[in-house]
Design a protein around this ligand. Structure first.
Ligand code: BGC
Length: 744
């Protein structure tokens, strides 16, 4: 504690000695005027008027507490009328310090976009950045200053419901997407009325919860933590993320909220993070049931000491910090540091200039139904869809649907669904179905004049009612082609939505089998917030599109792909297991001392005796209506110097099919021998390119020693001279290879 105290004093002194910025001067002056109670107030965040993801603590009269300067921030208050009213109360406090309004703006706001995992399947960073920016613009117009996004947790276990909120299993892709989302949310900088503060969450390793069970423990080596789970956070911090949020889990026995190693050592010291850390909902108080803190007093002590700055909903700071200071357990400097971080952000947002800066009725009105944003959401939706399979029926790939299909049967419980298309975590207007384009409407509208439509729901999402089967079979029999929309319910993924079975629930697969038995060609749309297991469908249905949850324009995006107005280009951001028995499954695993091959004898090798090791669909996989040949891999040199070296990697890509289209060209490396074992493949670059049919181009990447660094057994980030393979292709199963050496 003494060491920490001295460091804080030293850093305060250093800031005063060297030129202070105007902002810091303002904040220091304000801090000097604040009482301890007022300081503690800044660290206190209350929930507003929306449903909660955890226990709500009764607060008595929140409004009078705001007037007394006992509240620094509110979450879940939507709409400028409401934020203005509360801000007016804050302006009655002694020092007139404005409130911060935060909310989970996870994948859109008024206009919803594909769930983040789905959007990541676009592998289109500019698109992802723009969608975050649109969300920020809409949210800021509704009075929000701060989104609790992006979630940058690497997640290798699809049983975990929160995989839908992130960018999937890969550290490299996850880091790039983290940067895009932070930049999108924060736009041209805090203080602009179309920017909100980003919050990289959940710090850290939440995605590695044992058994994929939400809120569960995490136990892993520090090497793994640093190499796989922390880099997306570092990337978000380097991109300027204003805030971070704690995670609920413990890491190797120490809850993340009270974890000095990740908060003080890594984040605030090593990475030089200048923003602030908010707890997750009640996570300071949850250190008591964790068995890490004796009571609220102890929890507050451990959280503030570790480096958690703002208390979301646990009340531990509000109720115990003053006593902790009086008892000499918490130096005021520690509280000052946290308060200062929060005030700096309020200043940067321009709230001290104008606390009502984000309370503009006209701006809000303009974002109520922004047509341009909807058009963009349609594009993002189409680009997020992944074509998993497209077999030939009567000599032609089934998709895109040909005009010769005179009658199309639309079947399944999601065809006419509305709010389901929002997906989980669309909390600002969860029940507003008015602007959503259902899948039925999107497809019927597009096929107007070309084909006639018959419809049957067939069954519900998750029960055993088969009474609709007959009608669905009849509909299929009348049609030339069937489009079936099946999947898990939209609220079966998300927070607290871990599933032990990740199959399509209820009798939906049974219905699918009955429809396939009619002999009609079937296109399957899979709606889900995670990779699902659907082996029978994969093996028996000719065409499959993975459609996640696509948001406001879902139906139009799906129609664009079905009819070929957009040629699908999505690539999976997570490996899809064959069955749950393979979980956790991820492409960048180690080789082991007894590597197995799917098509070889499985005795005494690292394999299951009853199941192949490979996934059903690999990370990075996704088809197109056209075909791309990737060939002629060449390296600019077969040696790279550890100091300042670089190697160019180039391939030729040709669109050899019948449609214009986009391809994601992916580069992977393998470090053949290391002081610690290295993954069989690691993504180190990708480029999404567009080629007209028949067109060819070459695609180049550059590798530098930084791309080859890894954490050694002493948890140091190092380069080691040695031999490397490089692979380029259109999935993690890329086999086109080259070779080079890293030399000292
Ligand atoms: C979630 C966070 C979210 C917070 C506020 C928690 O339960 O874990 O991701 O930001 O609630 O809604």
């Amino acid at each position: 504690m003494r060491k920490l105290f001295c460091t804080l004093l030293l850093s305060a002194a250093t800031t005063t000695f060297f030129a202070q910025t105007k902002t810091e001067k303002f904040v220091d002056n304000l801090l000097a005027k604040m009482t301890l109670e007022e300081k503690i107030g800044q660290l206190n965040q209350y929930n507003g008027d929306w449903g909660a993801t955890g226990k709500i603590t009764p607060d008595g009269d929140k409004e009078s507490q705001i007037k007394q300067g006992k509240v620094g921030s509110m979450l879940n208050v939507t709409g400028v009328d409401k934020t203005r009213k509360l801000q007016e109360l804050a302006m009655q406090s002694r020092l007139h310090i404005p409130l911060l309004f935060g909310q989970d703006v996870i994948h859109g706001f008024r206009t919803t976009f594909p769930i983040p995992l789905g959007e990541t399947a676009s592998w289109d960073l500019a698109l992802i950045e723009k969608s975050a920016h649109v969300a920020a613009t809409e949210a800021a117009a509704y009075g929000i200053h701060w989104t609790f996004a992006p979630m940058v947790d690497v997640a290798r276990d699809p049983r975990w419901g929160r995989v839908m909120e992130g960018a999937g299993e890969d550290t490299y892709l996850g880091s790039k997407v983290a940067i895009a989302r932070v930049k999108g949310f924060q736009g041209n900088g805090l203080g602009n009325v179309d920017a909100v503060m980003a919050c990289a969450k959940h710090f850290a390793a939440y995605g590695a919860a044992v058994g994929g069970r939400d809120y569960n423990s995490v136990d892993m080596s520090l090497r793994q933590l640093n190499e796989t789970y922390l880099p997306p956070f570092k990337a978000a911090v380097d991109a300027g993320a204003a805030t971070l949020m704690n995670s609920f889990n413990d890491i190797n026995g120490v809850p993340a909220t009270g974890n000095r190693y990740i908060l003080r050592e890594k984040l605030k010291k090593e990475w030089g993070f200048k923003g602030f850390v908010v707890s997750d909902w009640g996570s300071i108080g949850e250190m008591i049931p964790h068995g890490f803190a004796k009571d609220g007093y102890d929890a507050a002590l451990k959280a503030i000491t570790a480096g958690s700055d703002m208390d979301m909903e646990s009340r531990c700071y509000r109720d115990h910090l003053k006593q902790l200071v009086a008892d000499g357990k918490v130096p005021v400097a520690l509280i000052d540091d946290a308060v200062k971080r929060i005030l700096l952000k309020k200043y940067e947002l321009g709230l001290f200039d104008d606390p009502y800066r984000f309370c503009n009725e006209e701006r809000q009105k303009a974002q109520e139904n922004n047509i341009e944003n909807r058009k963009f959401a349609r594009e993002v939706g189409a680009k997020s869809i992944v074509l998993l399979k497209n077999d030939a029926v009567k000599g032609q790939p089934l998709l895109p649907l040909s005009a010769e299909n005179k009658t199309i049967a639309l079947i399944g419980p999601f065809m006419k669904a509305t709010i389901a298309n929002h997906g989980f975590w669309s909390i600002a207007f969860p029940d507003d179905s008015t602007r959503i384009v259902s899948q039925y409407d999107g497809i019927a509208h597009r096929s107007n004049g070309q084909s006639s439509i018959v419809y049957a729901k067939g069954c519900n999402v998750n029960d055993s009612d088969r009474s609709g089967f007959a009608e669905a079979i009849e509909a299929a029999q009348k049609a030339d082609v069937v489009v079936m929309s099946l999947g898990e319910a939209h609220d079966m993924s998300g927070e607290a939505k871990s599933r032990s079975s990740i199959r399509i629930p209820g009798v939906q697969e049974e219905l699918l089998k009955a429809i396939c038995a009619t002999g009609k060609p079937v296109v399957l749309l899979v709606n889900a917030g995670r990779p699902l297991v659907f082996e029978w469908a994969s093996d028996n249905v000719p065409a499959i599109l993975y459609t996640w949850w696509l948001g406001t324009e879902a139906g139009n995006s799906i129609a664009d792909v079905l009819f070929g107005d957009y040629n699908p280009s999505g690539k999976l951001p997570m490996s899809f297991p064959r069955t749950e028995g393979q979980i956790p499954i991820y492409y960048n695993h180690y080789n082991t001392g007894r590597p197995a091959k799917d098509d070889a004898d499985k005795l005494y090798v690292s394999a299951y005796i009853d199941l192949d090791n490979s996934p059903k669909y690999a990370f990075g996989y996704g088809l197109s209506y056209t075909h791309f040949d990737i060939s002629n891999l060449r390296l600019s040199s077969d040696k790279m110097a550890v100091r300042g070296g670089k190697i160019g990697v180039t391939v030729d890509v040709k669109n050899t099919g019948n449609y214009d289209g986009e391809e994601v060209v992916q580069l992977y490396i393998r470090d053949l021998v290391g002081s610690v074992v290295r993954p069989v493949k690691e993504l180190k670059g990708f480029k999404k390119i567009f080629l007209k049919k028949g067109e060819a181009t070459s695609v180049s990447f550059q590798l530098t020693p930084d791309d080859l660094k890894f954490y050694n057994n002493e948890v140091q980030l190092v380069n080691e001279a040695g031999e490397y393979n490089v692979f380029v292709g259109n999935s993690s199963q890329a086999s086109l290879a080259g070779h080079f050496s890293l030399v000292n």
